[in-house]
Design a protein. Structure first.
Length: 134
């Protein structure tokens, strides 16, 4: 394998693992602190009244997608779903971008490079071969 190709494979693996880590933490929040997750859905997605069971179901569905994603299985769909999830999350935080220096809003800007990473991984999914399931 050419050195340049190996560098690409390692880079894509690192992107996949780190995106997985962030998304996993958000998914675990639905199991560990479902009240917080429900408040996030209410504030950013305008979906109110979600109970623990609903958060657990959403968390389970996300976890399945994330496991497919981290092992590189069904890339078109799993990478696409992660891109979609994070894209919705990024754009639903629009108000925070308008007031970056209020509260913790500055932290929301970290979503943009991660969104770019998700998009790059989706575009380059056929080149992401290191530690993937065929």
């Amino acid at each position: 394998m050419a050195l340049q190709e190996n560098k690409l494979h390692i880079s894509l693996l690192l992107i996949r693992l780190t995106v997985f880590l962030v998304m996993l933490m958000w998914t675990l929040d639905k199991f560990i602190n479902p009240e917080h997750a429900a408040k996030v859905y209410e504030k950013f997605y305008f979906i109110a009244g979600l109970g623990h069971l609903t958060m657990y179901v959403i968390g389970c569905a996300e976890l399945v997608v994330l496991l497919l994603f981290v092992v590189g299985y069904m890339k078109k769909y799993s990478y696409g779903a992660v891109l979609f999830f994070h894209g919705v999350s990024t754009f639903s935080s629009f108000k925070q971008y308008l007031h970056p220096f209020e509260g913790a809003n500055l932290l929301f800007f970290a979503a943009w490079p991660m969104l770019a990473a998700c998009l790059a991984l989706f575009i380059l999914r056929d080149s992401d071969k290191k530690f993937t399931v065929n």
